[in-house]
Design a binder for this molecule. Structure first.
Ligand code: FAD
Length: 290
């Protein structure tokens, strides 16, 4: 199923992100995580590509397990900056063979010292390439707080519009913690006639070092409220987890109450906190989609 079609019948989607484990041993373990996540009734699970050092071929392997073994709709992330047209089409062919019809089309980060020489300079070029095939639903990345290489929100919106014009059916945002920044961004999208569904990327606050590292990499603003929680409980993991789950649940309640079309949780391949957060919003989910 094309994920773009889910938005036609549902006002709110719930989805998760997984990354492919690096080695075979952990790869086996991911099955139990998917089993637990399946119980939470996600609309889809996305699988990262090459991020965090994971092997690229494992993206297709994991997406295929999610789709074909667990019967959960999936999105395979795909980056293009270091790939030739031939390589990209080879991957797309493999995805098709594995019954995977949804791709998150990304440029990817530019490796240090890399000279851009191939066909795909920006994500929009990849989006256009995929759209010509007509056999994938395409999503693209959006940056409510700007991109690390381009803080200018206006420019980012201009580039985002190009991605939609080239064929992106819906958008998934970079993680953020401050909902007001997202609401301002959404207003700007509407003003610029970008009307495709926007799924909001949210990461549970569970570990101070992890959140600081990810925020530094992604450029996400950490609000004072989270800083205080993390500083106070950084040496008490259970207390930080409890406070973090409360914060993230409240963040999601506010997003749902402000009519977002999707919540996409960056699970970091852990299901316990995700389960608790989902329990905290189960009635909201029912009401919104009733
Ligand atoms: P683009 O949209 O091409 O933007 C890249 C940069 O170029 C931005 O600074 C933008 O402002 C600028 N730009 C865009 N168009 C133009 C133009 N026409 N002219 C001039 N400048 C332009 N990375 C991975 O490696 N693997 C993953 O699985 C992965 N998953 C992700 C999932 C989500 C939801 C998000 C938000 C990001 C993910 N990333 C992943 C990170 C992503 O690859 C990086 O943020 C990357 O630097 C940009 O990718 P993009 O697709 O947004 O690129």
């Amino acid at each position: 199923m094309f994920i773009k079609d889910i938005f036609l019948n549902k006002r709110l989607t719930i989805s998760f992100e997984l990354f492919p484990p690096k080695d075979d041993k952990n790869f086996e373990g991911i099955n139990s995580t998917i089993e637990e996540l399946k119980k939470l009734n996600p609309d889809f699970i996305s699988v990262t590509y090459g991020a965090g050092g994971s092997s690229r071929s494992r993206t297709i392997e994991l997406a295929s397990i999610i789709k074909n073994k667990y019967d959960i709709e999936t999105i395979a992330h795909l980056t293009c900056i270091t790939s030739s047209r031939e390589e990209i089409n080879g991957i797309l062919n493999d995805l098709k063979l594995n019954n995977i019809g949804n791709v998150l089309a990304l440029r990817g980060d530019i490796p240090k010292g890399f000279i851009i020489k191939e066909s795909f300079k920006y994500a929009k070029d990849l989006i256009y390439e995929i759209s010509q095939r007509k056999d994938f639903s395409i999503s693209a990345a959006a940056y409510p707080e700007g991109h690390v290489e381009c803080a200018d929100i206006g420019k980012n919106i201009e580039y985002l519009k190009e991605k939609v014009e080239k064929g992106a059916d819906f958008l998934i945002t970079q993680l953020f913690f401050d909902n007001d920044n997202f609401y301002n961004f959404r207003e700007e999208l509407y003003k610029n006639n970008i009307n495709v569904p926007i799924v909001t990327g949210i990461i549970p606050v569970l570990d101070k070092r992890q959140i600081e590292r990810i925020a530094a990499l992604s450029g996400a603003v950490i609000p004072q409220k989270i800083k205080r929680i993390m500083d106070k409980y950084e040496h008490s993991p259970e207390a930080l987890k409890e406070a973090g789950i409360a914060y993230t649940s409240e963040q999601i309640v506010d997003l749902i109450s402000n009519d977002v079309q999707g919540i996409h949780l960056y699970t970091m391949n852990k299901h316990n906190a995700v389960k608790e957060i989902m329990e905290n919003i189960q009635e909201l989910r029912k009401i919104v989609n009733s």
